[in-house]
Design a protein around this ligand. Structure first.
Ligand SMILES: *[C@@H]1O[C@H](CO)[C@@H](O)[C@H](O)[C@H]1NC(C)=O
Ligand SMILES: *[C@@H]1O[C@H](CO)[C@@H](O)[C@H](O)[C@H]1NC(C)=O
Ligand SMILES: *[C@@H]1O[C@H](CO)[C@@H](O)[C@H](O)[C@H]1NC(C)=O
Ligand SMILES: CC(=O)N[C@H]1CO[C@H](CO)[C@@H](O)[C@@H]1O
Length: 564
């Protein structure tokens, strides 16, 4: 064949493949396109390029694959090793060699060097020796199983997605939900509006005082758009079994004691049954539109409408534990369980950790059987730095058979934080890493993050409540999005811990390293390691069944160690 013709033919084939295949069926590992940004670095995706990692195949009992991400430029980098008694192996940073670890460790935090010297004198001794931490993994001791990892399709997310070219939207779906992305299996969404919407809204706002909900007979255009986006997501991510969790932020104002979207207001007693029917109608209509709901909660952050209204100015509806026990035990619970949707899971609380364990104890005291309707307990992470996981342990010990899910998390919500993205921030990624590690060590079955994507400002939304998201979309050129370190922090769990992975005993000898280990349904072990120090660390890894090895991991890095 003529060389030019051949070249043209190849080009045609390539184009054909990219037209019909991209990005939904391209099966390949593509590295991150790293870009320096204001606070660190991000991976840049465009319609024609985005980073993906195929799930490593482990072929025999000796093989180990270590997947690594680091402040210094690694993103899901794969390194092979084995338990066959080889010497220490070194995972190297993208932009440094093992030799320059020392220099990197100091340069990274130059402006805060005085602080480190004062609080961590160990740094002075860095040059001489790298610390060794022992970790031992015992798969004979089992704890909880993984059920869900996911994020939220809010009105704001849906609004941003709608504006993007299809290929770029597809890369967002695939990045989060495909096994070559980070393997999410769950989406959280709102029934009516939430704080990340263009305006507050609910079904049947009109006519008022309409206990029969006569005007709630079809899905709102905003939900029809979400359904369309979710259909596309399932196709692109090859995820027919996507799970959807839904929660209401507020009833229409006429059902509430204060007649408003926000502020101190609760559901009027005469509408307790109407509000249960409202949930049932939503389940009916979503199923009728091909998008059945997996779970609902008893309502987003019930305390916002009781005490939180001082600082929360978005849609909310207040509940005390007593009111919720009555509504759940006498209205919502029986309504759902006696309906065609009796299998839909019900989660309670859906509020901050500091409401645990008192919330459920008070519910039980008001109506003994109310909590029996709950399949799971939902917690938001926002005050986890202040309130410890013991609060969760207490309730888990009282109700060990209920699923435990973190159902909302983001950074940038606090007065002392940047309201909005800190593009590329490794520190924000580490914040997530520490939080996921802690929850998984405390019997959580999974975690649903907040907005899947936001714009450069951390919106849009009506309540001027700007926060960060693991993926930020460039809404100026609508041609790029940025995967932040937070995305890779979550991914080290969600990608490698499929549903039914069981936590196993993992113990660590030093505070420099945090770790949690799982046995997956395919029998492989996945251990997530986090080094938050500004220094490399030697990890002496021991598995009761496989043997030992030592690996050196870079400063400020996290890893998933996979082996059979
Ligand atoms: C630090 O390490 C370098 C390179 O290994 C070596 O040349 C130097 O002598 C060391 N300095 C101290 C104070 O140990
Ligand atoms: C039903 O709701 C729609 C908007 O959701 C509204 O435009 C319409 O007026 C309502 N119908 C009645 C009878 O109130
Ligand atoms: C978004 O794209 C515009 C135009 O290409 C560019 O000027 C801007 O820097 C980008 N935003 C970010 C956050 O990179
Ligand atoms: C109050 C407020 O900020 N509203 C904005 C929310 O987002 C939409 C869409 O970008 C804007 O049009 C609104 O001005």
């Amino acid at each position: 064949m003529h060389a030019k013709m051949k070249a043209n033919l190849q080009l045609c084939l390539l184009l054909l493949i990219s037209v019909f295949c991209s990005p939904s069926c391209a099966a390949e590992t593509l590295p991150c396109r790293l870009r320096e940004t204001s606070h660190g670095s991000v991976c840049v995706c465009t319609s024609s390029y985005c980073d993906y990692v195929e799930m490593p195949l482990l072929n025999n009992g000796q093989q180990i694959v270590v997947i690594s991400s680091s402040q210094n430029g690694l993103r899901f980098k794969s390194t092979d090793a084995s338990f066959d008694g080889q010497d220490k192996f070194v995972i190297e940073d993208e932009r440094s060699t093992a030799k320059s670890f020392i220099a990197e460790a100091i340069i990274v935090e130059q402006n805060r060097a005085w602080l480190q010297l004062a609080t961590r004198p160990a740094l002075l001794a860095l040059n001489g020796s790298v610390k060794t931490v022992k970790i031992s993994v015992d798969r004979s001791k089992h704890y909880q199983e993984i059920s869900n990892f996911g994020g939220a399709l809010t009105g704001s997310v849906s609004h941003i997605l709608k504006q993007l070219p299809t290929d770029l939207q597809d890369h967002i779906y695939k990045s989060y939900f495909h096994s070559q992305g980070i393997g999410y299996n769950t989406v959280r969404t709102s029934i009516g509006g939430c704080d990340f919407d263009l305006e507050p809204w609910a079904y049947n706002e009109q006519p008022q005082n309409d206990a029969q909900l006569s005007n709630f007979s079809s899905l709102d255009a905003r939900d029809l758009l979400k359904v369309e986006q979710l259909q596309r997501l399932k196709t692109v991510a090859s995820l027919p079994a996507l799970k959807i969790m839904a929660a209401a932020w507020s009833a229409p104002p006429w059902m509430k004691t204060n007649g408003r979207w926000t502020g101190f207001g609760q559901l009027k007693l005469q509408y307790y049954d109407t509000w249960a029917q409202y949930h049932l109608k939503f389940l009916d209509l979503m199923e009728a539109n091909g998008m059945p709901i997996w779970a609902i909660s008893t309502g987003n952050e019930p305390l916002n409408g009781i005490i939180g209204f001082f600082f929360v100015h978005f849609m909310s509806m207040g509940w005390t534990p007593r009111q919720q026990a009555i509504w759940l035990g006498e209205h919502l619970g029986p309504t759902i369980r006696n309906s065609a949707h009796s299998q839909v899971k019900i989660f309670g609380n859906d509020d901050q950790r500091y409401t645990y364990p008192g919330w459920f104890r008070k519910m039980r005291r008001s109506r003994r059987n109310s909590v029996d309707y709950l399949d799971g307990l939902a917690v938001h992470w926002y005050w986890d730095d202040i309130f410890g996981p013991e609060l969760i342990d207490e309730i888990h010990n009282e109700m060990p058979n209920k699923l435990l899910l973190n159902t909302e998390s983001c950074l940038g919500d606090k007065p002392w934080q940047t309201h909005g993205p800190e593009l590329g921030s490794w520190e924000r990624g580490e914040h997530y890493m520490r939080a996921y590690l802690q929850d998984l060590q405390h019997n959580f079955n999974g975690w649903l993050d907040w907005n899947l994507v936001l714009d450069e400002q951390g919106g849009p939304n009506y309540s001027h409540n700007y926060v960060d998201s693991p993926i930020i979309v460039n809404t100026t050129n609508r041609a790029e999005f940025y995967k932040q370190p937070m995305f890779y922090a979550i991914g080290h769990f969600s990608k490698f811990l499929p549903e039914k992975s069981k936590r196993i005993e993992t113990s660590v000898s030093g505070s420099e390293l945090t770790a949690v280990g799982f046995e997956r349904p395919d029998g492989n072990i996945a251990v997530i390691l986090y080094n938050g120090e500004n220094a490399p660390l030697d990890v002496h890894f021991q598995d009761t069944r496989r043997g030992e090895l030592t690996m050196r991991i870079p400063p400020r890095s996290w890893h998933t160690v996979l082996y059979t």
